[in-house]
Ligand binder design. Structure first.
Ligand SMILES: [Zn+2]
Length: 248
């Protein structure tokens, strides 16, 4: 089992000893629908339910770990532990009672730091999960298999933050491209070709036939797709013209 040195250890027993091992391949974020500190979340797991997450983050950036990341935690339905022994690391975060508020800056910072740690510790790949079993990063409502109740956890505002701030922050820091936690714009290096074109986080075209299984594309994929379509269209126009000439 692995414990994140950046979090306060609040080990849940007997779950920590009794639940089966996993090989963590995913990092999934949640809202707990309560304005709770990391300790209050621990007490909830301990006293009120047999569910639990691996981590909890309060509004003030207080972060605790309740169960080792190589032990199953029960927050994401079928992703907790799959038959092949892989599973998801789960992070619950304090929210308002309707899970509609954005994360605080301190929560964002802790999510990024924990996300970087799981990449280095467990080799979780720096991409959004393309399918329910695909190794990577995501949020609870991202795939139905993780979320049989079809709720919107962690909430639309946070899903947007995850896509636009948290996940890009994890990628940037884990790949060593952005050493400072909050770089000022003037000091920011321009993005490299790879960062710009190879980051698999742009929402796929709404008419894409693989939208369900491949919800995000790299910008480079858009360029190639557009090139192919343009070529196809040009050839079609030529064929139509040739046919018109023959007919004329
Ligand atoms: Zn959730």
């Amino acid at each position: 089992m692995a414990w994140y040195p950046g979090a306060t250890k609040m080990e849940l027993q007997p779950e920590s000893d009794q639940q089966p091992a996993i090989r963590p391949t995913q990092f999934l974020v949640h809202s707990i629908v309560g304005p709770w500190t990391a300790r209050r979340t621990y007490e909830y797991w301990r006293d009120s339910t047999n569910l639990e997450s691996h981590f909890g983050i309060g509004y003030a950036g207080d972060i605790a770990q309740y169960i080792g990341t190589e032990t199953r935690a029960d927050a994401n339905a079928s992703a907790n532990r799959r038959p092949d022994g892989t599973g998801a690391i789960s992070v619950e975060t304090a929210s308002n009672l309707t899970a509609t508020d954005p994360w605080t800056d301190k929560q964002v910072e802790e999510l990024i730091k924990a996300g970087v740690w799981v990449h280095h510790q467990h080799g979780i790949p720096l991409r959004l999960c393309r399918t329910a079993d695909d190794p990577g990063y995501g949020w609870h409502a991202m795939h139905a298999a993780w979320n049989p109740d079809a709720h919107s956890c962690p909430g639309p505002a946070r899903i947007k933050q995850f896509r636009e701030v948290v996940f890009p922050g994890i990628v940037a820091r884990a790949s060593g491209k952005t050493p400072a936690p909050n770089p000022t714009p003037s000091k920011e290096k321009p993005m490299s070709y790879r960062e710009m074109w190879e980051q698999d986080i742009a929402p796929a075209p709404s008419k894409s036939p693989t939208l369900k299984t491949n919800p995000t594309w790299k910008p480079i994929s858009f360029l190639r797709e557009i090139y192919d379509l343009a070529l196809e269209t040009r050839n079609l126009v030529r064929e139509i013209r040739a046919a018109q000439k023959k007919g004329a």
